[in-house]
Structure formats: structure tokens, C-alpha cells
Design a protein around this ligand. Sequence first.
Ligand code: HEC
Length: 177
Amino acid sequence: MKTLRLALVALIGIALLVSAWQGPPAVAQENVNKAIDEKFSKYDEKLPLWSIQPGTAPRMIELTIYFNNMWFGAQAGNWDLARFEAYRSEETIKGVYVVRPKRIASLKPWAESALPALIKAIEAKDKAAFEKAYDTAIAGCNGCHVGSSGGPLKSMAAFKITRPTAPLFSNIDFKGR
Ligand code: HEC
């Protein structure tokens, strides 16, 4: 009789525990979310999803394209096109900060001086100021290249940027409409 009562009490105890249990504690889920966020927020070359993200060089090719378009937009008085390319330049650089934090120290000072100067001239529709800001910006490209290593190269001086002489895309009418 006594054993039966004990067993009953134990059963009721277990039933109460089970009914009180509402899945894993919220704090555990929070920690999982935090861990996932951290994985997705910090570059980790060991993870395939991160390692396939474009590094510096592909962003540099984008910059080269944007700077070509920007030049011919400005030459055609198409300030909207030029403005867009300056915006794209800013955006593509943000990607480098995420995947190659070691480039921030050299890239950010350029991005935060050269691009705003270009944007100012573009928004003022001032061709002379634009050309001056453009020359300063590409001097910055080259200055950084001389002092930066990349892949197998100790210096990226091999890449000397100039004013473009021909548009990259024959299918863009730089005058716009
Ligand atoms: C942070 C300083 C820095 C600035 C500013 C900079 N670059 Fe670069 N650039 C680099 C580095 C570093 C590499 C090599 C990247 C690598 O190894 O992934 C590079 C590579 C390049 C390449 C070769 C890419 C390839 O895949 O063939 C081109 C083209 C280029 N840059 C154009 C430009 C242009 C145009 C500008 C200015 C509008 C510019 N860069 C500004 C540092 C800079």
C-alpha cells in the first residue's frame, strides 16, 4: 500500500513536471540566434559561404567600371549617371570592409575623401571641379596601389589608373534621355 502511494506520488510529480515543461528555454534559442548572427557577420575563410564572397580585386574591377562610366557621364553632362556611379563606388567599397577588414585602414581614408569630393562636384554640375576631383581620386587609386600588396604582388603599382579614353560599354548612350 505504501509503495503504491509512493509510486502514485512519483507519477503525479512526473506528470506535473512534464506539463510544466514548455520546450527549450527561450534563453537557449537566443544564444543559438546570436551564434548564427555572429557566423554571418564575421568573415571566416574556412566557411564556404564566406570564402566565395568577392574579395578586394573583384571590387576593384567594379570600381574601374564605375569610374569609366562616371567619366563619360560627366563629359556628356549626364550628372545623374555620374552620381549613380559615385554611389555604386561607395557601395562596392563597403563590401571590401566586410570581407577584407585589413584593407579598411588604406581604403577608408580614400573613400571618405575622394568620393565625397566627386559627389560634391557632380551635384553642383561643375565639370571643372569634377575633373579636378576625378584626377585627385585616381591619384589616390595609384597611391594606394603603390603601397599595397595583392595576391602574388608586393606592390600593386602594376595597376596605374588614368582618365579613360574610351567608354567600356558601347551600348550605353551617355547622354541619357
Ligand atoms: C586600399 C587602397 C586602394 C585604393 C584606394 C584603390 N585600390 Fe585598386 N587595388 C588595391 C589592392 C590592394 C588591389 C589588389 C587586390 C587583391 O589582391 O585582391 C587592387 C587591385 C586593383 C585592380 C586589379 C584588379 C584585378 O582583378 O585585375 C584594379 C583594376 C584596381 N585596383 C583599380 C582601382 C581603381 C580604379 C581605383 C580608384 C578608383 C582603386 N583601384 C583604388 C588597393 C586599392
